[in-house]
Design a protein around this ligand. Structure first.
Ligand code: NAD
Ligand code: AHE
Ligand code: ZN
Length: 368
């Protein structure tokens, strides 16, 4: 079939709207009509050329929601008409990683996914016979995609696509990092570096679990108002203090119980660790740093009890947890609507990237 997609022909170039050929679903695969997709900073990162795994030409996008159109042989858990959220972190429930119960990082198809290919080693997208690569197994900047059954979470049919698409990455990443990765307890002091599409969801996760102080750090003063609406109790702009770590340690009587880095900057990752409380403070790296970047700290920071960990997709098991997070949204337990600051047509997708670069959007959502 033919579909429309925003194609990334090469790094650093604007996306180009094209008519793309899409092959039908093979064994274990599902054809999905994407109804809406968010634009995450990770799409920007890959398009910029900073992603060591970035391959071109490709169809980016990993924060979508849509409807099943057709299923390939052997698919048992989905049928045409089902509403789904594509998962860049699938959940096969049978690999060593899934069975460990220690991680959400299902590895069954990670090898081919990272090469921009379906599990059988081929692409379903092409233009004029030339293959176009998939991205993160999702490619939600296309109106139709083919995805593995294990990479689709079935969600309730009354959830609005243009809002719950954000659960495909940002909401789950932020809220999940608090609930599933750090397991923040009521009364804890939490520090969030970066108050964008991810950090604001860390803030709402911290509020959900009953955190005490929720301290937000951002260079953009415009972020303070929205962050306070989501539960932030204190704001620090690094431009206004001599030393951001000292300011946090002072505010928290010795340091944060938990900190979350939601920027992707190795300097703020160090600050996020070093602002943690001696003996027990935990820092969770969420931000994705560019190729060649490395983190550093004095080992003494770890010797004296601070813990450095990371979180991908909020530690959520996609097929199990994503439908629950959609329910939380529909029941009013978490907010999404105010964070979707811009709704665009596919033809305007490059404007979505510019809004992010200028710090004017929290989330832009493209509606097909
Ligand atoms: P965003 O652009 O919406 O937000 C980033 C925020 O950081 C902005 O508010 C910006 O003003 C602020 N900022 C930038 N530099 C700063 C600095 N030096 N000090 C303080 N604040 C600064 O981005 P996003 O969509 O929220 O994504 C954040 C990061 O999380 C990105 O690196 C993205 O790739 C990553 N990410 C990771 C996962 C995961 O599973 N680990 C999932 C989604 C996104
Ligand atoms: N390709 C990059 C790594 C990018 C990365 O860490 N991605 C996160 C999701 S970001 C979503 O916005 C992730 O899930 N990582 C786990 C994984 O298996 O990719 C690089 O540095 O190579
Ligand atoms: Zn993302």
């Amino acid at each position: 079939m033919k579909t429309r997609a925003a194609v990334a022909w090469s790094a650093g170039e604007p996306l180009s709207i094209e008519t793309v050929d899409l092959d039908g679903p093979r064994a274990g695969e599902v054809l999905v009509e994407i109804k809406a997709t968010g634009i995450c900073h990770t799409d920007h990162f890959t398009l910029s050329g900073a992603d060591p795994e970035g391959l071109f030409p490709a169809i980016l996008g990993h924060e979508g929601a849509g409807v099943v159109v057709d299923v390939g042989p052997g698919v048992t858990t989905l049928k045409p008409g089902d509403h789904v959220i594509p998962l860049y972190t699938p959940e096969c429930r049978g690999c060593k990683f899934c069975l460990s119960r220690k991680t959400n990082l299902c590895q069954l198809i990670r090898g081919t996914q990272g090469k921009g290919l379906m599990p059988d080693g081929t692409s379903r997208f092409s233009i004029g016979g030339k293959p176009i690569l998939h991205y993160m197994g999702t490619s939600t900047f296309a109106n139709h995609i083919v995805a593995p059954e294990i990479a689709l979470a079935k969600i309730r049919p009354d959830a609005p696509f243009d809002k719950v698409c954000y659960i495909g990455c940002g909401v789950t990443t932020g809220v999940g990092a608090v609930l599933f990765t750090a397991k923040v307890e009521a009364g804890a002091n939490v520090v969030v570096f970066g108050l964008g599409g991810i950090g604001l969801n860390v803030i709402q996760g911290a509020r959900m679990v009953g955190a005490d102080k929720i301290i937000g750090i951002d260079l953009n003063p415009e972020r303070e108002k929205m962050a306070r609406q989501f539960g932030m109790t204190h704001f620090i702009n690094p431009k206004d203090v001599d030393n951001v770590v000292d300011a946090i340690v002072q505010l928290t009587d010795g340091g944060a119980d938990y900190s979350f880095e939601c920027i992707g900057n190795v300097k703020t990752m160090r600050q996020a660790l070093e602002c943690c409380h001696k003996g027990w403070g935990q820092s969770v790296v969420i931000g994705v740093a560019a190729a060649g970047q490395e983190i550093a700290t004095r080992p003494f920071q770890l010797v004296t009890g601070r813990v450095w960990k990371g979180s991908a997709f909020g530690g959520a098991r996609g097929r199990t947890d994503v439908p629950k997070i959609v329910d939380w949204y529909m029941e009013g337990k978490l907010q999404i609507d105010p964070l979707i600051t811009h709704t665009l047509k596919l033809e305007q997708i490059n404007e979505g990237f510019h809004l992010m670069e200028r710090g004017e959007s929290i989330r832009s959502v493209v509606v097909f």
